[in-house]
Design a binder for this molecule. Structure first.
Ligand SMILES: *Cc1c(COP(=O)(O)O)cnc(C)c1O
Length: 458
């Protein structure tokens, strides 16, 4: 078998379509509901917020969806991304396991996020909108959509969760460099923001609060549409370029992965890598374990309820069935700002519920330990989010060592951490803590879950 460590696809192997796992699901995804009527949301209700093409993709069960040429042309700036084998890390761990990673840190803004940003900016511009309003946690999505907005001539406004706005000032500068406006949330610009600030002037914000601000602006400005980044079906779909390339690259390497790992916030980088492999498993029976790694401070998949809930704190949007901690849940200010969302993508939640994927949760310090080990072996400083995937991969490799089995592990390096130096500085100074999330806090947030009239739910 190949001893190479780098697997580069030629440009003409760039996927020409996205893969939609909904075509291969053994059970269909539960519908998104209109909160007022309890009925499944239809296309018309979403048109004030999203372009029609994206709404159609949201509902689509077609297996392959063609990637428009202008998107492919931008993808070509950095795609296909390399697949690497982490041989130094294998040696350091003394494991018989083979550890591969898909290097999405090679994208222009340092993470996988432009895969989706470029697609959304293209479709929104095609639909004739001039402005795009969106939210960001750590700033990765914000900078990716700012870059894509610059390419397609859109005005981009980004509500950034205040705790991250303060932790990661250079992400804001990057957004502004691309020409976007970045506002800390909660802000005074919206009703939802003002209400939150009135209740708590020192609120550090959450993705759910920022989402309410963005929905409010997008819904009231006819020139604006809402950028999503993750969670919905279409952002997960667009990220399958990652896994489609990885399928070919693993073939070049001569191995089928026994285990696929990704960190999860909303679920797009994990699904982007895993879905094409899971599809092959569902269609052809080749077994693969897919593991979603989340932070113990915001453990929607491992400790959340599988229930109908809102994506935003002010309950302006529809309700989706997902693993959720409740939209009032305020995660602690962990450095993995991209993983601080109270819910999980309905598609990822469904895959977990029907037993197709697994989930694990890790506290911060173990993740930084893993990320630093990886950096010292492979040279890339991972994003604090990606460290969760690395932790899971290392644990799996250590299990292989214990058992004396040589499994093949593939994980998604979702982004680099070059803008997250404060996180590493804090960790190295011993200032990162692992406060346990107590059940009382969770129960209080669960108490705010909306009640859904039973006859409306399958
Ligand atoms: C946004 C982000 C994530 C989490 O988002 P998902 O939608 O779960 O993929 C993970 N890693 C990095 C580097 C990110 O920027």
């Amino acid at each position: 078998m190949s001893e190479a460590i780098k697997f580069i696809l030629p440009d003409d192997k760039l996927p020409k379509h996205w893969y939609n796992i909904r075509a291969d699901l053994p059970q269909p995804l539960p519908p998104v509901l209109n909160a007022a009527t309890g009925k499944p949301v239809g296309v018309e209700e979403l048109t004030p917020l999203f372009p029609l093409e994206l709404i159609q993709q949201e509902f689509s069960t077609e297996r392959h969806i063609e990637i428009p040429r202008p998107i492919l042309e931008v993808y070509r700036l950095w795609r296909p991304t390399p697949l690497r084998r982490a041989r130094s890390l294998e040696r350091l761990l003394g494991t018989p396991a083979r550890i591969f990673y898909k290097d999405e840190s090679a994208a222009p803004t340092g993470s996988f996020k432009p895969n989706e940003a470029v697609a959304e900016a293209f479709y929104i511009r095609e639909a004739g909108a001039k402005k795009l309003v969106t939210v960001t946690g750590a700033g990765q999505w914000g900078s990716a959509i700012a870059f894509a907005g610059a390419l397609f001539g859109l005005q981009v406004k980004v509500f950034m969760v205040r705790v991250s706005y303060e932790q990661k000032p250079y992400r804001r500068v990057l957004m502004e460099t691309y020409g976007a406006t970045c506002i800390p949330s909660p802000s005074k610009e919206t009703e939802a923001g003002r209400r939150t600030l009135a209740a708590d002037p020192t609120s550090s914000g959450s993705l759910a609060i920022a989402a309410s601000e963005a929905i409010e602006l997008a819904a009231t400005d006819p020139d604006a549409q809402l950028g999503m980044g993750s969670l919905l079906n279409y952002p997960l779909l667009h990220n399958t370029v990652i896994g489609l390339e990885a399928l070919e690259q693993m073939e070049m390497a001569g191995y089928w992965p026994d285990v696929i790992i990704g960190c999860v916030g909303g679920g797009s980088n994990f699904t982007g890598l895993a879905a094409p492999f899971l599809g092959k498993m569902l269609r052809e029976g080749q077994k693969v374990r897919a593991i979603a790694a989340e932070p113990a401070a915001c453990p929607s998949l491992t400790r959340g309820r599988y229930a109908y809930d809102f994506l935003d704190a002010a309950h302006m949007g529809p309700m989706a069935k997902m693993h959720t901690l409740g939209s009032s849940f305020m995660p602690s200010g962990i450095h993995a700002g991209g993983l601080r969302f109270h819910g999980m993508a309905p598609l990822v939640s469904h895959l977990k519920e029907i037993g197709i994927i697994e989930a694990v949760a890790f506290s911060q310090t173990g993740c930084f330990e893993a990320g630093i080990m990886f950096a010292r072996c492979e040279g890339i400083l991972p994003g604090p989010e990606s460290n969760h995937a690395i932790r899971a991969a290392i644990d799996e490799a250590l299990r292989c060592k214990q058992e004396g089995t040589a499994r093949t592990i593939l994980f998604n390096l979702s982004g680099h951490g070059n803008f997250d130096m404060q996180a590493y500085a804090d960790y190295l100074a011993g200032k990162v803590d692992d406060r346990e999330l107590d059940q009382k806090t969770l129960d209080a947030a669960f108490a705010n879950l909306p009640s859904v009239r039973p006859h409306n739910v399958k």
